[in-house]
Design a binder for this molecule. Structure first.
Ligand SMILES: [Zn+2]
Length: 131
């Protein structure tokens, strides 16, 4: 049985897609990082000047939490994208890692880091739920 895989032209197209996705994430992360630093600086100034602004500080902290969670997610996504680029290189990209079938091109365009095709993804989700 010959392993299924996408042809080089298609793989090249997805490499482009992943690379542009990657650029976007790096930009977002840089932006988030500068925002995070700004918030920390502002928060400190706020604390020393007026304690009755505690509510505001709380909001700032929640905001900071949100930003850092977002940055965390982006960093995770970045490593997923890098992983996917690795799969493009060894020509296993677009192949469901569970059943070895090709993942539909439309799904890959919508979710370029997809590792499972839809039926296997659903099985996987159910498994995660049960954990
Ligand atoms: Zn599958």
């Amino acid at each position: 049985m010959v392993a299924k895989k996408y042809n080089k032209t298609t793989l090249k197209k997805f490499r482009e897609l992943l690379l542009s996705e990657r650029r976007q994430i790096v930009e977002d992360l840089d932006y988030q990082k500068s925002e995070l630093n700004k918030t920390i600086t502002d928060g400190t100034g706020e604390l020393s000047s007026a304690t009755y602004h505690m509510a505001d500080v709380g909001t700032d902290m929640a905001e900071r939490e949100k930003t850092s969670m977002f940055a965390h997610r982006q960093a995770k996504y970045l490593s997923d994208v890098d992983e996917a680029l690795g799969r493009v290189d060894n020509e296993t990209y677009g192949v469901c890692i569970i059943c070895g079938d090709l993942i539909e091109e439309g799904r890959l365009i919508a979710a370029p880091i997809a590792k499972y095709h839809v039926p296997c993804k659903e099985t996987q989700n159910q498994r995660n739920h049960n954990q």
